[in-house]
Write a protein that binds this ligand. Structure first.
Ligand SMILES: O=C(O)CCC(=O)C(=O)O
Ligand SMILES: [Fe+2]
Length: 353
């Protein structure tokens, strides 16, 4: 056997694992320049921007934003704090670990669809106290509060998180104004849903993985909330399922950009004009990766259903209404513990006839 053949055999991957080098950048998710929003008081956005938001939300469910107004130094600061925090021993990190009672803090055994993710995370709620149902049981009216746990180290951790999240909240509201206008609604249509928000931030750390072809940093899933705004570092690994053909497409890291995706609630509100799209995060054997996800979520008392302005006899509601608070409390339980059932999905509320 010749040298070239040896080389080929040693390096050839099975078909299903071969990287898809043929997918061009032109086929990737759209990039949207948000600079015009800072000259659009009262939500009077340029038509072209609204059109871009509409087509990206409809065709991809995902887009990148640049010139979004979040100061880069605030992002650097929380990124640095996350590195410091995750760099500690497991024993230190577990001092702020999540358990069945406290859903915030450090966690390294998350399940996505009952399979463990190759990652560790730190979660904090955006509101100081977040009111939620005490249990997922529909007949139980009791409420409870979720509060944050903060690590001692690094000392600037909490401040870095607080400052960052203020900026992300502003961006989240602006994006929802754009989405409202793109659906033909008044810009502030969604504002009140967030008065008692259940939004949270997740710091993700994906350590190097010896078998990146077997595991995932986050298994395929859809985000259940309204909108997700993700900061990924320069390593890359996020993949989005392209609606057109179901291919997994890499979301290439673009410095200082954010990856935005519409979640299940926006899918229901828009009566499926916009779709929450499946995504996952790959890991790699050499480089660790960090990302920061801001999940923009409404009040627990929100009854999610297609907006009345967007339904009519020709376009009847595609979903039954459901309680966001109950949905959230159900998910928190199933991602924590392995249950012998699939976790709750928005498709359970789809009207099928
Ligand atoms: O880290 C990433 O690229 C994606 C994370 C994600 O999808 C999630 O946490 O919901
Ligand atoms: Fe996600």
């Amino acid at each position: 056997m010749g040298a070239l053949e040896d080389f080929n055999h040693a390096f050839i991957q099975d078909h299903e694992h071969r990287p898809k080098l043929t997918i061009s950048e032109a086929d990737g998710i759209p990039t949207i320049d948000l600079s015009p929003i800072f000259n659009s008081p009262g939500g009077d956005f340029p038509h072209d921007l609204v059109r871009q938001i509409a087509s990206a939300s409809r065709d991809w469910g995902f887009f990148l934003v640049v010139n979004h107004g979040v100061p880069p130094e605030k992002r650097r600061r929380i990124e640095a704090a996350a590195r410091e925090f995750f760099g500690q021993s497991l024993e230190e990190k577990r001092k702020v670990r999540r358990d069945e009672g406290v859903v915030t803090g450090y966690f390294d055994t998350e399940l996505t669809k009952n399979v463990r993710d190759w990652k560790e995370v730190f979660d904090f709620m955006v509101a100081d106290t977040t009111v939620v149902p005490a249990s997922p049981e529909p007949e139980d009216d009791e409420l409870t509060q979720w509060t944050n746990q903060w690590p001692e180290y690094p000392p600037e951790f909490r401040e870095a998180c607080d400052e960052y999240v203020k900026e992300l909240e502003k961006l989240g509201h602006k994006l929802m104004e754009l989405i409202a206008v793109s659906l033909g609604l008044p810009p502030k249509r969604f504002q009140d849903y967030f008065k008692e928000q259940t939004s949270f931030v997740r710091l993700n750390h994906y350590p190097p993985c010896p078998s990146p072809e077997l595991a995932l940093g986050v298994g395929r899933h859809k985000d259940p909330g309204v909108l997700t705004v993700l900061a990924q570092d320069d390593v890359g690994g996020l993949e989005v399922k392209r609606k057109r053909d179901g291919e997994w497409i890499q979301v290439k890291p673009v410095p200082d950009s954010y990856v935005v995706n519409v979640g299940d609630i926006t899918q229901v509100w828009s009566n499926e004009k916009y779709e929450s799209v499946e995504h996952r995060a790959m890991v790699n054997s050499k480089k660790e990766r960090y990302s920061i996800a801001f999940f923009f979520n409404p009040s627990h008392s929100t009854i999610v259903e297609p907006l009345e302005e967007l339904i009519d006899p020709q376009n009847p509601p595609k979903y039954k209404s459901y309680s966001w608070g109950k949905f959230l409390s159900n998910r928190k339980r199933s991602n924590f513990k392995k249950l012998n059932v699939d976790n709750i999905q928005v498709s359970h509320f789809k009207i099928t006839n």
